[in-house]
Design a protein around this ligand. Structure first.
Ligand SMILES: NC(=O)c1ccc[n+]([C@@H]2O[C@H](COP(=O)([O-])OP(=O)(O)OC[C@H]3O[C@@H](n4cnc5c(N)ncnc54)[C@H](OP(=O)(O)O)[C@@H]3O)[C@@H](O)[C@H]2O)c1
Length: 242
């Protein structure tokens, strides 16, 4: 059976990120109508639009903006087969130096926005069922990550939400799963000193960064009709953060 996304409408947040860009391009090639959101990377967004997708600026920290965006998606597409919560904000600090603002920003973008966007787009997902929601998570959400209590808490929350929504929405034929893409070179890892990155690689079984292109291929497969009976799961790419 061929892996195709023909006739699927897919929305991914953070389409201009490292994983987002790889997924948008592969989903277009697989035949999907692809909508994506971004915050600041206008140039990358133009390139993705030129490749055949539809981009929108959306600050996921702003609930009113999410509301307006969701209303626009409803009007424009009338259906939604796959929703991928991929965007991420980080604001790292050890707890004694982490401000309430840093905590709130990360929890808003990384945890509250996925809740709100799924809730708001649920009528479209129901109308298009069988449909799918994916949360892009991190090993930090299971093992913790020193210096990023806000990010780890948000990702742990997303894992719990994956399992809960799978239970709530299964009988409505909406599958909900999470993917941990592993340790990829991106704006997140850019902030980590090279020495620490190399130390992490040295103790990881595969001794290599995760490849966004491979993660995107996996997401294309999961988004396609070849995956129909998996829900409430967390898929891990090889990833070790101490
Ligand atoms: N990189 C890793 O090692 C790693 C490891 C484990 C899990 N993950 C997870 O994998 C996913 C993708 O990560 P990545 O490395 O591809 O990220 P990335 O390259 O840093 O991209 C982040 C994306 O989120 C968008 N964004 C940031 N703040 C936003 C906001 N307030 N509102 C809306 N959008 C916002 C960015 O938009 P602009 O480009 O327009 O600013 C960008 O599209 C994330 O969920 C991350 O937690 C990554």
């Amino acid at each position: 059976m061929e892996t195709t996304l023909k006739d699927k409408t897919i929305l991914i947040t953070g389409g201009t990120g490292v994983l987002g860009q790889a997924f948008v391009r592969k989903a277009i090639s697989a035949g999907a109508r692809v909508l994506f959101t971004y915050l600041k990377s206008a140039e990358k967004a133009r390139e993705l639009e030129a490749a055949g997708s539809e981009g929108s600026v959306l600050d996921l920290a702003d609930t009113r903006a999410i509301e307006e965006f969701a209303a626009g998606v409803e009007k424009k597409t009338g259906r939604l087969d796959v929703l991928i919560h991929n965007a991420v904000a980080t604001a790292d600090a050890l707890i004694e130096r982490m401000s309430e603002e840093q905590w709130d920003k990360v929890l808003k973008v990384d945890l509250k926005a996925p809740f709100y966007l799924t809730k708001r787009l649920l009528p479209l997902l129901l109308r298009s069922a069988p449909s799918k929601v994916f949360h892009i998570v991190s090993i930090a959400g299971l093992n913790g990550l020193a210096g990023a209590a806000n990010y780890a808490a948000a990702k742990g929350g997303l894992i719990a939400m994956t399992k809960t929504l799978a239970k709530e929405l299964g009988r409505k034929k909406i599958l909900v799963n999470a993917v941990n893409p592993g340790f990829m070179r991106s704006s997140i890892t850019e902030k980590v000193p090279e020495e620490i990155l190399q130390k992490n690689l040295a103790i990881s079984p595969l001794k290599a960064f995760s490849d966004p292109s491979e993660v995107a291929d996996f997401l294309v497969f999961l988004s396609s009709d070849r995956m129909r009976q998996v829900t409430g799961q967390v898929f891990h790419f090889e990833s070790r953060l101490f």
